[in-house]
Write a protein that binds this ligand. Structure first.
Ligand code: SAH
Length: 318
């Protein structure tokens, strides 16, 4: 019987599990493992599991990298299993139940039937990139985009940027809500950009540098000539530290009257992240609380004499 994959399972805490999407544990791997976390028993919120699916036998270095993600795991608690004759990628994704956020439904191909007529479906075949809709931060950003689309219809949305695009899920949501906008989606990780390209294709959206298309870029933060703005909407679901560090380069890319959606931060970090952007002239107009991962919605000041751009509209009511 030939092995088609290996699974390493480790116990971890919820905090460790929630930090994993933002870590980069296998920076040099050509084929890094797919990482999945699960909370087997909601009554025991600190007894999560971390599963890593490998296509080749995990090495000692792989195990060390995994253990570093779950420092609470007792020594020797990693269980390595061979998955024989199974399509393990399908197996690992079959568990992804469709996620609803506003009108958006993020689903895998296996769950396409979950999309109802009034929904906006986003098909994501993730594996190596973050953003299947399962994480609270993605959900918060989708809710923010959905509210923006519903409440700001009189505002022109011509250019959108999605920094740290991962699977491309937020760029896809934006493309479906603002089909004529030119969208730039970037990630520091070339693997994520490759995954995003596949997902854009699977959703029958276009890549490229024109209206109605998504321009994919590998870049850190806003450091790329095509990420200079001005953008009517910027989404950045990254992490509190980088968001604060990059405030000086991200804030100026938001157009007058434009909206910035930030996530990847914990409740305890929200005021520091907001302050970094408020200090650069933006105003916090809404906060969407999904579990301990709030999403911040900020607005750039309107052009002088253009009062209708001013922020206190109905999406400030969260
Ligand atoms: N936008 C997706 C993915 C968020 S995960 C969603 O909302 O679900 C965060 C992503 O940011 C990862 O893909 C990671 O590679 C990327 N990232 C981390 N630091 C970055 C930086 N400094 N610049 C750009 N992307 C970054």
């Amino acid at each position: 019987m030939s092995a088609s994959g290996w699974r390493v399972r480790l116990p971890c805490t919820r905090a460790e599990a929630e930090a994993i999407p933002f870590a980069d544990p296998f920076p040099d791997a050509a084929d890094p493992p797919t990482l999945l976390t699960d909370e087997p028993d909601p009554a025991r919120p600190d007894e999560w599991t971390l599963d890593a699916y490998f296509t080749a036998t995990p090495t000692a270095a792989d195990l060390a990298a995994l253990t570093a993600l779950a420092p609470s795991a007792p020594p020797g608690s990693a269980v390595v299993e061979t998955l024989a004759d199974t399509d393990w990628v399908t197996l690992s994704q079959a568990g992804f139940a469709p996620v609803r956020a506003g009108r958006f439904v993020v689903h895998t191909a296996a769950h396409a039937a979950a999309v109802r007529v009034s929904d906006i479906g986003i098909a994501i075949e993730a594996g190596l990139a973050f953003g299947t809709g399962q994480h609270f931060t993605t959900r918060g950003c989708l809710i923010a985009l959905d509210r923006l689309a519903r409440h700001r219809t009189r505002h022109r949305v011509a250019r959108i940027a999605d920094l740290g695009t991962g699977t491309g899920v937020l760029a896809l949501a934006a493309a479906k809500r603002w089909p004529r906008a030119a969208i730039v989606a970037s990630d520091i990780d070339p693997v994520a950009v490759r995954v995003a390209r596949g997902n854009i294709r699977a959703n029958a959206e276009r890549t490229g540098r024109s209206r109605g298309a998504i321009d994919l870029i590998v870049a850190p933060g806003a450091h790329h000539p095509r990420l200079g703005g001005p953008f009517d909407i910027v989404t950045a679901n990254i992490l509190a530290g980088p968001l604060i560090a990059m405030a000086g380069s991200i804030a100026p890319t938001v157009a007058a009257g434009g909206t910035l959606i930030l996530a990847g931060l914990l409740t305890s970090q929200a005021s520091a992240v907001a302050a970094a952007y408020v200090n650069r002239g933006l105003r916090l107009i809404a906060r969407i609380d999904t579990d301990e991962w709030p999403t911040l919605v900020l607005r750039a000041p309107p052009r002088p004499g253009n009062a209708q751009d001013d922020g206190h509209d109905s999406d400030a009511d969260n």
